[in-house]
Design a protein around this ligand. Structure first.
Ligand code: KG4
Ligand code: ZN
Length: 364
């Protein structure tokens, strides 16, 4: 089965062709055009502008992905498209394009929840040689159910218990800012460009996290909810204090603060995920979303899992936990994950009545 995926939920216009093989899912092409550098001028995404950029990019991106895959429209078995959540103007560009293509090419149309799509980057196994944007996975083997999913993106931070394809239980999520949003807002406070997560990560490699004692909100709460707005406020207050006391705000201080921010966010994400693993006795963790591209997150997960001493339950000490994290370029928004999700959740809809849903969520 060969699927053309389309993703336009925010400021990336993406199209990809993937193929179901005997051993997994192969990326045949994966094209992403981003207006992030344009959005960076304004410190964040301006929805109207993102939608206009989507309109300019959508047809060239789809054409390029088909051409790069070595297949033509008649070889495609179905079209998958992100239908929410996201910015309505951006979503409409992908959804309406997919509806038109499905109708004129007479192909089944598979709608995919963007958040579920992120998790399916973990089911991608390989790619055609030379396909840009498709390196091998960083961590782990193909996930087995049940698995505990942590989604960490610019708009979402969610813990989900997957029992099978299309069958999951929502465990908790952020009550305010998402982890990626916290990275982005703290980066802005540090005077770094948007999107801020990778910028903070870069500075953090030269910093000492122990120089600042930042809060780890809700790290010991009994539920699986998160909260990151207090961390951002703590960073704002710290920077303000520096300015008021006229203490020198050197680039070393900036690196230390970046490292402390990264460490605080990562500590909460890892601790909560491990708490859920313990409670539900799960052997498989899957991580997804743009923040999963963070190398500190990957290394802390590995360290915590390997360090049996940090796990309190005896049951868990005997469990081997598998960690699966996609390669960095499949963590951030792409259409390969959307096409892969459609392979495992093949539920075609009527293109004439189907609509985008900007408020779609995982909680129900
Ligand atoms: O999944 P994604 O590409 O888009 C959404 O669906 O939101 O995630 C984007 C988020 C941004 O907040 C960005 O700052 C963050 O992912 N991000 C990172 C890294 N790369 C991207 N955060 C921390 N470390 C990174 N290396
Ligand atoms: Zn996303």
């Amino acid at each position: 089965m060969i699927i053309l995926g389309i993703e336009t939920s925010c400021d990336e216009t993406a199209a990809a062709v993937v193929q179901k093989t005997e051993s997994g899912v192969r990326i045949l092409s994966n094209v992403v055009a981003s207006s992030a550098s344009l959005q960076a001028k304004y410190g964040g995404v301006i929805p109207e502008q993102a939608a206009r950029e989507q309109i300019k990019a959508i047809i060239p991106v789809i054409e390029e992905s088909l051409q790069a895959s070595g297949h033509r429209q008649q070889d495609i078995d179905a079209i998958a498209v992100t239908y929410g959540p996201g910015l309505i103007g951006s979503l409409l560009v992908g959804v309406e394009t997919a509806k038109v293509l499905a109708t004129i090419w007479s192909k089944p149309l598979i709608p995919i929840n963007h958040l579920i799509g992120h998790f399916y980057a973990n089911w991608i196994t390989d790619h055609l040689p030379g396909v840009p944007q498709a390196q091998h996975h960083l961590e782990g083997v193909i996930p087995k159910f049940p698995c505990l999913g942590l989604l960490v993106s610019g708009g979402h931070t969610d813990l989900v218990l997957f029992k099978n394809h299309g069958k999951y239980e929502y465990l908790g999520g952020t009550r305010d800012d998402a982890a990626g949003e916290c990275f982005d807002k703290c980066a802005r406070l540090l005077g770094l460009p948007y999107p801020g997560g990778s910028e903070i990560a870069k500075l953090a490699t030269r910093g000492d996290a122990s120089k600042f004692d930042l809060p780890r909100p809700m790290i010991n709460s009994k539920d699986f909810d998160f909260s990151f707005s207090g961390l951002k406020t703590a960073v704002a207050n710290l920077i303000h204090t520096f300015e008021v006391k006229k203490r020198s705000y050197t680039s070393k201080v900036k690196c230390d603060l970046a490292a402390a921010i990264e460490q605080a966010i990562v500590d909460v994400l890892v601790a909560k995920t491990i708490q859920a693993v313990q409670k539900y006795k799960i052997k498989q963790i899957i991580v997804a979303g743009g923040v999963a591209a963070n190398q500190k997150l990957v290394s802390e997960f590995k360290k915590t899992i390997n360090d049996k001493q940090s796990l309190q339950s005896d049951d868990l000490k005997r469990l081997t936990i598998n960690l699966r994290i996609p390669s960095a370029n499949l963590c951030t928004d792409n259409a390969a994950m959307i096409a892969t999700a459609a392979i495992f959740n093949y539920n075609p809809v009527n293109p004439l009545t189907f609509q985008a849903d900007p408020n779609l969520s995982l909680a129900y």
